[in-house]
Ligand binder design. Structure first.
Ligand SMILES: [Zn+2]
Length: 110
């Protein structure tokens, strides 16, 4: 596994969005260009966890906000990939389940 440095750290709260060590609680996803543009971050400007992206766009994400790629596919749970260990919050957004509290994930030390 390559070490990509801190490319996957949330720009705003600095939580690792794709941890490769336990606890693996990934919030690695791809949203549409429109949603990302609304965040104010450039396409190569870094990553945001779900909570920080939602804070920036002022609403919760819905399934329509995500693109049609494997990292967004809840049927893909290959444990070779850190991103497949999704947080309950990300699963809720991808699946359109009822909203969960924004503070559900611990964005503290990791
Ligand atoms: Zn964040």
């Amino acid at each position: 596994m390559t070490n990509r440095g801190r490319d996957t750290v949330c720009v705003d709260c600095e939580v690792e969005t794709m941890p490769t060590e336990w606890p693996r609680r990934a919030e690695f996803y791809i949203v549409t260009d429109e949603v990302w543009a609304a965040s104010g971050i450039t396409p190569t400007g870094g990553c945001l966890c779900v909570g920080c992206l939602e804070a920036r766009i002022g609403r919760q994400l819905t399934p329509a906000d995500f693109t049609d790629v494997p990292v967004n596919d809840l049927n893909v749970t290959d444990d070779r990939y850190a991103w497949s260990f999704r947080t309950p919050r990300l699963i809720a957004r991808l699946s359109g389940q009822l909203a969960l509290p924004l503070d559900e994930i611990d964005c503290g030390t990791a």
